[in-house]
Design a protein around this ligand. Structure first.
Ligand SMILES: NC(=O)c1ccc[n+]([C@@H]2O[C@H](COP(=O)([O-])OP(=O)(O)OC[C@H]3O[C@@H](n4cnc5c(N)ncnc54)[C@H](OP(=O)(O)O)[C@@H]3O)[C@@H](O)[C@H]2O)c1
Length: 337
């Protein structure tokens, strides 16, 4: 089975029989998906499926999309050089049970060189050894990796704080808050009214307020937006006024998004795309991430409840909750179909 999602209305989804996967031809390999992580980040992949080519990763029946997810998979059969049956890898997988790749061996792991993926960022086409295949690492590698990249970006530019972060309850946002705090940069979190208390209890922000309470927001020099609600970005810009020097758009989970509206008052928002930043940072990123992870992993163990999902029948409801923003931010799903 696989979970497929309507491209034009992401809340509409169904568990469908997987398309039959033929035995690998020369140069191909067949992978079994062991498990994949599922958080709001996957909602952004669906929302930006068309504009950022996320639908291209895993071809599906017209009108439907297979949302990519970061997962572990095991090579079931291979007719590709350097890829051996039994190898376990980490990379983007469809929300299903199996998929086929055309591997080209890299320095470590391999890249999928299939024609339909050529236009995508190399980061999205890369499959790395799974290592100890830890579930917390599975969920957080793409999210906390983004937190680390954002922290590097802000520290390179010597952007002085304080920093305001929206969707403060999200793992990517509070990972960044933790890193900023370590550098002595003050952080203000903005979140939905029902999550204010939970985010305050994380203890990772200097102050936390609701989206309805912007008056309480102290002046900040940088906005990092994880919500993608253009109305909210405009209000925050207007509220922070001239203190705001930089505005960075990272996430797009909020539905009522008009991304093509005229620019808000103040600094022109910059779009942040983690794969581009990863490529730009190159090999320096590995050690920076490893050091940051050593400190953050014990925090994440306290804040994140890994929720295994082994019954595919539950997956459509879980996906709909994520798309509607109803999912508990304390939860990260680890799905195995
Ligand atoms: N640009 C990049 O390269 C990049 C890389 C990684 C992550 N991101 C983005 O960072 C954001 C956070 O991802 P995550 O996986 O860390 O999130 P998460 O931990 O699953 O965050 C959950 C929180 O996000 C907000 N949210 C989630 N779905 C929503 C929806 N449908 N409608 C309204 N609010 C919703 C809510 O926060 P509030 O109530 O606090 O708003 C919710 O509590 C995502 O937008 C993700 O795509 C971007």
């Amino acid at each position: 089975v696989q979970l497929r999602v309507r491209r034009d209305e992401n809340a509409v989804c169904e568990l469908a029989a997987s398309e039959p996967v033929p035995a690998p031809a020369a140069g191909e390999a067949l992978l079994r998906i062991d498990r994949f992580g599922l958080t709001a980040n996957n909602v952004t992949y669906a929302r930006l499926g068309e504009e950022f080519d996320y639908w291209r990763l895993f071809p599906a029946t017209a009108g439907w999309g297979l949302v990519p997810a970061w997962g572990y998979a095991t090579v079931m059969a291979s007719r590709a050089d350097g890829v051996t049956e039994g190898d376990q890898i980490f990379g983007l997988v469809p929300m299903g049970q199996r998929f086929q790749v055309t591997p080209v061996a890299g320095r470590v792991g391999f890249a999928d060189a299939a024609a339909h993926r050529i236009a995508l960022s190399p980061v999205y086409n890369q499959y790395l050894p799974a290592g100890d295949a830890d579930d917390l690492a599975l969920v957080l590698r793409p999210l906390f990796g983004t937190s680390v990249l954002l922290d590097l970006l802000l520290s390179d530019a010597q952007d002085p704080g304080p920093v305001t972060l929206t969707s403060a309850s999200s793992k990517t946002a509070y990972g960044l808050a933790h890193l900023l705090h370590k550098r002595g940069v003050a952080t203000f979190g903005l979140t939905s009214p029902q999550r204010v208390q939970w985010v305050r209890e994380l203890g990772l922000y200097d102050a936390v307020h609701s989206y309805n309470d912007l008056d309480a927001l102290a002046p900040a020099t940088v906005l990092v937006d994880f919500a993608g609600d253009r109305g909210l970005v405009d209000r925050v810009h207007a509220h922070l006024g001239r203190s705001l020097r930089r505005s960075i758009l990272v996430g797009f989970t909020h539905q009522a998004t008009t991304r093509h509206a005229p620019p808000p008052p103040g600094p022109r928002p910059e779009f942040f795309f983690a794969p581009t930043e990863m490529t730009r940072r190159g090999h320096a990123l590995g050690p920076a991430y490893a050091a940051a992870w050593t400190e953050f992993a014990p925090i994440a163990t306290q804040t994140i409840q890994l929720t295994p999902v082994q019954n595919g029948e539950r997956l459509p409801a879980i996906w709909r909750d994520l798309v509607a923003g109803r999912a508990d931010p304390a939860t990260a799903f680890v799905v195995s179909l």
